[in-house]
Design a protein around this ligand. Structure first.
Ligand code: GLY
Length: 421
């Protein structure tokens, strides 16, 4: 990090954090955008089906395990232990579905599975604690106001903070070789846990780490067109950049679809807490990259990478770009994008916000169609089909994923909230 940036951080960070504490985390709201009644009805139907699906999923998950995906050919549920980065999404989705349905069987299952995650509050070997703990215990705390959940979340924030290196200005993502100090764009999502921790405790050290990480990422992960690299590898002793690479995308220089969605969601969320217009600008730029991308399919559910080989040209006839044409889609990238765009629509001028909401609506409608949403009783109990976990790693290709379900349900609940406020 240059001396100039070090000085700027020292100057700006306390201002941002002061704003966070003073504001009670209510970002500027644009004029209220109205949800569409027909879509609200469709969402209610989809949520009811989702409850039915998760009741089926619940009956399959073995004790002591957490669901990851379903392999239809083998009719096999793949599960994980609590240490895997997706471990919190199952309880998180159950909490969301309980919030909608008031079905206490969902609540009981969410709380029971959370017991498995409790030891993770002290896990200092992963940057994914935000995903694992905030999506799960965070939703539990929001609904149940449990002091125990709050303590667990604060311990998790402390554990995550230990991975911050002030010389790099980032939280380290992975400890594995051949990386030195890798930071992945996904890590923007874990900042929500830290920003929340400052908000509830007044301890600004968490937010200091979060905004420093967001600033470093803004400077080093993004290309001039506001697409992002997946991984930036740093020298932990000097903060110098060693390499800009991909792990889950098509190429180092490509725009891995879920990474673009993580960035969009991440900067929108950091703006929610800080009100710093630089983060809002960043989110708007990322949205522009995604929404004007000639390789975004007509149904707005991204191919797994915006530069994946085999994408039909935008003007190809014969429905080449119709639903499911071309390379594999990543429904999870679409669901994350929809949820982020609904939030972003609230922070900008009404015309721009309406544009974001239009796309979010299209995504929700398309994910709710039979193309992407499973018929109740199929898909091993998962809600959405057609996500891609790690194509270069030959893992989770064109399958359901717990986080696709989580952000799809979150997007629909966020859309319903537009009618309430
Ligand atoms: N590491 C999170 C993801 O696969 O998106």
């Amino acid at each position: 990090m240059s001396l100039y940036f070090c000085r700027m951080y020292r100057l700006i960070t306390p201002l941002l954090i002061g704003c966070l504490l003073a504001s009670g985390a209510r970002a500027q709201k644009s004029e209220r955008l109205q949800p569409k009644p027909a879509l609200l009805r469709l969402i209610d139907g989809s949520l009811r089906q989702a409850v039915n699906q998760y009741e089926i999923l619940m009956s399959h998950v073995p004790p002591g395990r957490l669901p990851k995906t379903w392999y239809a050919n083998a009719q096999r549920l793949e599960t994980s232990d609590a240490g895997w980065w997706t471990s919190g999404f199952y309880s998180g989705t159950l909490f969301y579905l309980y919030e909608f349905s008031h079905d206490t069987a969902l609540l009981d299952e969410a709380q029971n599975r959370l017991k498995l995650l409790e030891p993770e509050q002290f896990n200092k070997s992963t940057h994914d604690l935000g995903f694992m703990m905030y999506c799960s215990f965070g939703n539990g705390l929001r609904l149940l106001d449990s002091p125990r959940y709050k303590d667990i979340l604060l311990n998790s924030a402390r554990s995550l903070s230990t991975r911050f290196n002030p010389i790099v200005g980032c939280i380290k993502s992975w400890d594995s070789k051949p990386w030195h100090f890798p930071v992945i764009i996904d890590n923007m999502m874990n900042l929500e846990l830290l920003l929340w921790a400052t908000q509830v405790t007044g301890d600004t050290s968490f937010a200091h780490i979060a905004v420093t990480h967001a600033n470093t990422t803004m400077r080093n992960h993004f290309r001039p067109d506001y697409s992002s690299y997946h991984v930036v590898d740093y020298d932990s002793a000097t903060g110098a950049i060693i390499a800009k690479k991909t792990a889950q995308g098509y190429a180092d220089s490509s725009a891995w679809a879920r990474g673009q969605s993580w960035g969009l969601y991440g900067y929108t969320m950091v703006y929610r807490f800080t009100h710093d217009p630089r983060y809002l600008e960043q989110a708007r730029h990322i949205a522009h990259f995604i929404l004007t991308n000639p390789n975004l399919p007509a149904d707005k559910i991204p191919y797994w990478d915006y530069n994946a080989p085999g994408i039909p040209p935008a003007n190809a006839g014969g429905g080449a770009r119709a639903a499911m044409g071309g390379p594999l889609r990543d429904a999870s990238a679409g669901a994350i994008m929809a949820s982020a765009l609904i939030e972003l629509s609230k922070y900008v001028a009404p015309k721009e916000g309406r544009g974001y909401l239009d796309v979010a609506e299209e995504i929700i409608v398309n994910l709710s169609s039979n193309t992407y949403k499973a018929v109740v009783g199929s898909n091993g109990g998962f809600i959405l089909k057609h996500s891609v976990g790690n194509l270069p790693g030959h893992s989770e290709i064109d399958v359901p994923l717990t986080y696709a379900d989580y952000y799809y349900i979150e997007a629909m609940l966020r859309y319903k909230e537009l009618a309430q406020k």
